[in-house]
Ligand binder design. Sequence first.
Ligand code: SF4
Length: 415
Amino acid sequence: MAPAATADRLLAGPQFSAGAESFAEHRARLGPLPIADARNGLIDTIERSGLLGRGGAGFPVGRKWRSVGARSGGRAAVVANGAEGEPRSAKDRSLMTLRPHLVIDGAILAAAAVGADDVVLYVGMEHRAAVDALVRAVAERPLGGGPPLRIVEAPMGYIAGESSAMVHYLEARDARPMAVPPRPHERGLGGRPTLIQNVESLAAAALIARHGDEWFRATGRDLTPGTALVTVTGPVAGTGVREIEYGTTLRELVDAAGGLTAATDAVLLGGYFGGWAATEGRWDEPLDPASLSSRGLGFGCGMVAFLPADACGVWATSRIMEYMAGESARQCGPCIFGLGAISGALRRLATGAHHDGDLADVTRWAGQIAGRGACHHPDGAAGLLQSGLRVFADEFALHERTHGCSRPTAAARRV
Ligand code: SF4
């Protein structure tokens, strides 16, 4: 059966206009928390479900939980990652705002499964509605339903959601990545094994704990089962957050969102850690991590950002690289100077003020900065840049040759 373009599971429940689902509504809809089962076999169930992390990397959730559980000795920590520093992604903040108890359920069940006595809800400080919803939701929960829950507001910035930066911030209020290893799952908060899991992954685990792995596998695809939240932006009638089955095609997603409102020939898939793709010939290809990765693309944070056909890909790529350069935690030379130099050259190419050799330099640097930082920030930036150079090759060549642009630049600001 073909995947459905919309299949509400994570977002099932009251109308979005009603705001956050209350604890009473949540409990009436989904029943009690299966906490006893979580201590006995939930990791097996999550592994059988095939749930992949929804934060961007797509790592198997069950394997991560087992790794922390094996080291825990009952003193692990769980951090629910709701930092969502990706600028145009809104799926985590929407989930926390609308279904806070599902996220909290997932964190409590994860703590029971891995043996943790400390649970932190780490929420981007700029996501005020999500912070407020979680504060209210924690206050609504009955006492004694699990370990104490702490809400910590994450500082603004792309890098604050990186796992070692998160541990560093929680310990020392300094959200800069630390050299690894040890990884947080080995030694994280207070030296304890620490499970850091994206909030959507935790919410999905809370549903699997109630409904089972076969229920989860009934949607999506064999290698990538289940549903995922995506953020749709650009010239589409119904922009915003939607829940899709893995394997939904770009065409089905756009149709479910009310269709295009203007022509588009490129789409940014997976966010700033993902990459550009030409839409031509891709409308019927499935959106899921395995399929996208086989084509050199990524599902990432689930961002699907269409670029209007009258916008300039050089401008759009330049603006993203400028942002990425500005988000460097300024610890590693290749990241500070490499991203800075790339951003400067791209800006010159976009505005027609470039020097001879700027495009050749950018192309060479794009292949040199990956793997050169203490964290993966430069790797993501390099991947994005390489995709832009490939997809917008004609526009880059035109800019280089004519010092001009054939498209209105203002529209690039929509990405
Ligand atoms: S690679 Fe960049 S963002 Fe990552 S730690 Fe080094 S300077 Fe900071």
